[in-house]
Structures are given as structure tokens and as C-alpha cells.
Design a protein around this ligand. Structure first.
Ligand code: GZL
Length: 322
């Protein structure tokens, strides 16, 4: 009898120890030789911004001596979830990802938490009530980016404006927030109206296809507000094919400020670009080191960024890193 009770108590003790080790606070342990391994689940390769963001992360990991496991989800949430699960199984020291959409992450992030693997959000946020599921969120203020786009239009629009909007990926934080910020500002001008709005999924081809449809269905478009440069560049193709002059017959406002967008801005085919900085790699690696070491990190790290007019683009282009 005593032996059975002893075995039972030992099992309980072991279970308690295991439970304590899971989801406990404090940093994960780095590899035996001190090397940190980070698992990064990237959205995809949908835009010039994403390409620059991936390059920044890969280069920063190498410079920091951090081992990077990297996956490209091709803009599909199920692929990102699968990648995060694989990083948990591989017992990486820290997981980072850019959530393709805001919702549907709690289950897999709880699995990482129970495995005592800290998670860092980069670029895009998740919409979850449980902020204990991640250590910090490093990325832009997309609502402010939308406000900046709206402010340029309000300041430069003399008279009524019919606006068509090329939204980013449905459900993605930048798409939701850039729309919110833009609408918040143009609400001050009843003569500025969004007459059509549809997702182009942050891709050049998506922006072109949607703009072709807008040009067929919506007469007298004055302005295109594209949630990223790539969709704006697609819209330029469609506008030219329709025999109109982009930047003149139809004004174009975009977000990102990647090289191709800045070149179109300097050439007068885009009128204004709100910068969204993709160079998050160095900050991410510094945060990863702190998190693995169990050090405190800010709940939110907002990236610095600016805006560009056509003249400012001409001056800035020679020094642009992306
Ligand atoms: C914004 C980022 C967006 C870019 C797009 O931080 O998530 O995704 O604006 C990219 O170019 O596809």
C-alpha cells in the first residue's frame, strides 16, 4: 500500500514540476553554446515591403550571431500557424512572426506559452484579449499612417474629390487601421468621399485588377488611396491603359515608400507616399536577446517613419536602403 502511495505522490510531484516549468515566467534557455535560435514565421513575399523586411531580418540575425529558422507562409494563416507549431516542436529559444491577419492566433500562441517559448510580434498586431501570449509588438502605427494620407488629401484637395480605395489584405492590421485613420481625417471634409473600396491583397496584380474594375464602374475618379505602393503601382498600369495620366488626371496616395514607389513618386505618377519602415531586423534581434535573457522589454515598440512629397522623393532616392 505504502509503495503505491509513494509512486502516486512521486507522479504528482513530477507532474507539478513539469507544469511549473511550462508557461512559467522568465526567459527561455539559449542553446548549450549560448547561441540563440529564433523561429520567424513570415507573411509571404507579396510586396516590395515584405522583401525588404525579410532581408532586414535575415541580415540582422547573421550580424547578431543568432540562428534564424525562417518560413514563408505565402499569405496563408494556416501556414504561419503550422510554422509556429514546428518552432515549438524544435524548441527554439524565441518565436517571432508578422500575423497575416489579426485574429485566430490564441490557440497556437497558448501552445508556445505552455512550452515556455516567448513570442515577439513584428510588423502586424494580433487582436487578442490575452496580451500574455506575446512579450512585445514591434511595428508601425498604421492608424497614424492612414491619418497622414488623409491629411495630405485634405490639405491639397480644392473642392469635391471622388476617392477609390485599394485595401490591403482583408483582416490584416495594416488594412483595417490604414482605412480607419484615413476615414477619420477625411470625415472633416464632406466633399471628399470614398466611392469604392476593395482589397487588392497588397499585391501589384491585385491593385491593377481592382483598379481596372473601378475605372469601368466608377466615373470621374479623382483620387486613388492605396494601402501600399505595390497596389498603387498596379493602379498606375490600369490608369495608363485607360488613357489617363496617373498623378495628374487621377491623384495617387500610397503607403510604404519602397524604391519602386519612390521612383514613381519622383516621376510624378504618384502624388504622396506615407513611409512604413520595413527595416525591423536589428530591433527584433535586440528584443529577442533581451527576451531570452528574461529581461524586461516594452509592451510596444513603435517604428519611426515619415512621409514624402514628389520633391522629397527626388532628394531621398539616392540614399534609400530599400
Ligand atoms: C505593413 C506591412 C504591409 C505593407 C505591405 O507593416 O504589413 O504588408 O504595407 C505588405 O506592402 O504587404
Amino acid at each position: 500500500m505504502l509503495k503505491k502511495i509513494t509512486i502516486a505522490l512521486s507522479a504528482v510531484a513530477l507532474a507539478a514540476l513539469a507544469a511549473c516549468g511550462e508557461g512559467g515566467s522568465g526567459g527561455a534557455a539559449a542553446g548549450d553554446d549560448g547561441t540563440i535560435t529564433i523561429g520567424f514565421a513570415q507573411v509571404g513575399a507579396e510586396s516590395g515591403w515584405r522583401t525588404a523586411n525579410t532581408k532586414s531580418i535575415q541580415e540582422a540575425a547573421e550580424a547578431a550571431g543568432i540562428e534564424l529558422k525562417f518560413s514563408d507562409a505565402q499569405q496563408r494563416q494556416e501556414n504561419q500557424i503550422r510554422a509556429i507549431r514546428s518552432y515549438v516542436q524544435q524548441r527554439v529559444d524565441v518565436i517571432a512572426f508578422s500575423p497575416v491577419v489579426e485574429t485566430g492566433w490564441d490557440t497556437v500562441l497558448l501552445e508556445a506559452k505552455r512550452a515556455n517559448i516567448p513570442v515577439i510580434l513584428t510588423d502586424r498586431a494580433v487582436d487578442s484579449d490575452d496580451t500574455s501570449l506575446y512579450e512585445t509588438f514591434l511595428g508601425s502605427d498604421f492608424v497614424e499612417e492612414g491619418r497622414k494620407a488623409g491629411e495630405w488629401l485634405v490639405e491639397n484637395a480644392t473642392g469635391p474629390q471622388k476617392v477609390v480605395e485599394l485595401q490591403g489584405t482583408t483582416g490584416a492590421a495594416p488594412a483595417i487601421d490604414r482605412k480607419e485613420g484615413f476615414e477619420e481625417v477625411i470625415a472633416s471634409r464632406p466633399d471628399i468621399e470614398i466611392v469604392a473600396s476593395q482589397t487588392g491583397d497588397f499585391t501589384r496584380s491585385g491593385g491593377k485588377q481592382v483598379m481596372e474594375a473601378f475605372l469601368r464602374s466608377t466615373p470621374d475618379i479623382d483620387v486613388v488611396y492605396a494601402h501600399n505602393d505595390d497596389m498603387g503601382l498596379g493602379a498606375i498600369e490600369a490608369i495608363k491603359a485607360a488613357g489617363k495620366v496617373p498623378g495628374k488626371d487621377i491623384k495617387i496616395i500610397t503607403v510604404d515608400a519602397v524604391k519602386a514607389g519612390m521612383e514613381a513618386l519622383a516621376a510624378g505618377e504618384i502624388n504622396f507616399i506615407v513611409e512604413c519602415n520595413p527595416l525591423l531586423g536589428e530591433q527584433l534581434m535586440e528584443l529577442a536577446k533581451k527576451v531570452v535573457a528574461g529581461e524586461e522589454v516594452p509592451e510596444r515598440v513603435v517604428t519611426e517613419e515619415t512621409t514624402f512629397t514628389q520633391e522629397e522623393a527626388k532628394a531621398a532616392l539616392p540614399d534609400r536602403q530599400y
